[in-house]
Write a protein that binds this ligand. Sequence first.
Ligand code: NAP
Length: 264
Amino acid sequence: MNDKYTAERILWIHPWAPNLFSFRLTRHPGFRFVPGQFARLGVKKPDPDNPKNPSGEKIVWRAYSVVSADYDEHLEFYSIVVPGGEFTSELARLAVGDTVYVEKTPYGFLTTDRFENGKDLWLLATGTGLAPFVSMLWDFRNWEDYENLIVVHSVRYPNELAYAETIAGFRTHEVFAPLAHKLRYVPVITRARVDGALGERIPTLIDTGALEQAAGVKLDHERSRIMICGNPEMVDDTRKHLTALGFAMSRRGKPGHMAVENYW
Ligand code: NAP
């Protein structure tokens, strides 16, 4: 036992595309988090020929947003495999039953308590940046607090639209179905033309009004609360476009319209 982290076991691995997969870990009963937060995960790697480390092994750590609900027994995560990446290529080699270490403390401020009095919660993601938003969708309070939950997922190719079925599944879910009219899912595919998906980057879709049209909801200073997560350039560009439209970042002690998280 270590006082900083626990050793957990991989329960399930789900590949979405050659470089994208989700996995579930056992969850230590003491690990508590707020939907939108991330955990720090560690995997053991060989560390040969290091005179300072006679064990011949080291643990490398990365931050991963939790995908699963705060009430689930397991912890689910969504990962890209970065070619040659120290962490993700090691993680991708692991199998069900293998060990992943989880720091005991959750991190991050991409949580809905950053906002006040919103009516429409916009969740703008690229790639694996969708992860914290899926956890938020499993939080029933968000369905009660908001009139509309708008999930926008921008990916390069259609096979990267992970969790599309999970999101569609809320419509028939026994708990969420009565509120399912609140959910708007807007897939965006930028490098292939696909019916039913928008085809341009999120900032462009904001500027042209195509995003509001697809969602059937207007961006509005009184109503909109906007979270942005994923590719750091997308986060930055989107934040700038929204700032130009008069939306403000939420600050500590000063709730605004936007909260953001860079993914790398
Ligand atoms: P991505 O390049 O992040 O693209 C995902 C979506 O974001 C695409 O629709 C893309 O549109 C859009 N996008 C990219 N830049 C944008 C911008 N400035 N404004 C608006 N939208 C933008 O691709 P990915 O497959 O999700 O991620 C792959 C890349 O991310 C790799 O380079 C990988 O190494 C890196 N990555 C690293 C880590 C890490 O932990 N080190 C984690 C995740 C990802 P376009 O098709 O028009 O570009």
